[in-house]
Design a protein around this ligand. Structure first.
Ligand SMILES: Cc1cc2nc3c(=O)[nH]c(=O)nc-3n(C[C@H](O)[C@H](O)[C@H](O)COP(=O)(O)O)c2cc1C
Length: 159
């Protein structure tokens, strides 16, 4: 055991972290998606997920002006979509158009449910907390969707 800098220590223990996509409405009424490693389950009853969003992201701008997000768990067949959503900004491109991901409207706020994902959770933002250069949005799960045939969710090692 030896002492190292923080970035080296955190890389040493991250595999295989699950990867998710958060989807939200933009201020112009379109949709944006962002690839996330920093998310977690935070409550059993009611079910809640927290996502941590950097202040430089377009997704942050969008989430400041809305009350909901969808948390989607992509399958390995969606690796190109996850790479796109994690390397380009909704300020410049429409990630739904470019990725060609198929979706339908959810039940809670109508945000996209990704057809190729293993699971989608529609969440209402109930709390937000600033955490350094990110903000943590805590969402209460309102609707849950799964594809029974899909379980191979993306992890950090797929990137
Ligand atoms: C594997 C991976 C995990 C990421 N995790 C996060 C995260 O948890 N929070 C975050 O704010 N950005 C994260 N990012 C970076 C954003 O996905 C990236 O900056 C994205 O282009 C922002 O898009 P936007 O400007 O449309 O919001 C991650 C990127 C990758 C590739």
């Amino acid at each position: 055991m030896h002492r190292v800098d923080f970035n080296k220590a955190v890389k040493h223990v991250k595999h295989p972290a699950k990867i998710a996509l958060a989807i939200m409405q933009t201020p112009t009424g379109k949709y944006n998606m962002i690839t996330l490693e920093w998310f977690m389950r935070t409550s059993i009853q009611p079910a809640m997920f927290a996502i941590s969003i950097g202040h430089s992201r377009y997704s942050y701008e969008c989430l400041q002006q809305t009350d909901s997000f969808n948390l989607c768990f992509p399958t390995s067949s969606m690796v190109e979509t996850a790479k796109l959503a994690g390397s380009t900004s909704g300020r410049e491109i429409d990630k739904f158009k470019v990725s060609g991901e198929e979706w339908f409207s959810g039940r809670f706020r109508g945000l996209p449910i990704l057809k190729n994902a293993a699971a989608n959770f529609e969440c209402e933002i109930v709390t937000q907390v600033k955490s350094g250069d990110h903000t943590i949005y805590v969402g209460e799960v309102k609707q849950s969707w799964i594809d029974e045939d899909k379980e191979d969710v993306l992890t950090y090692k797929d990137f």
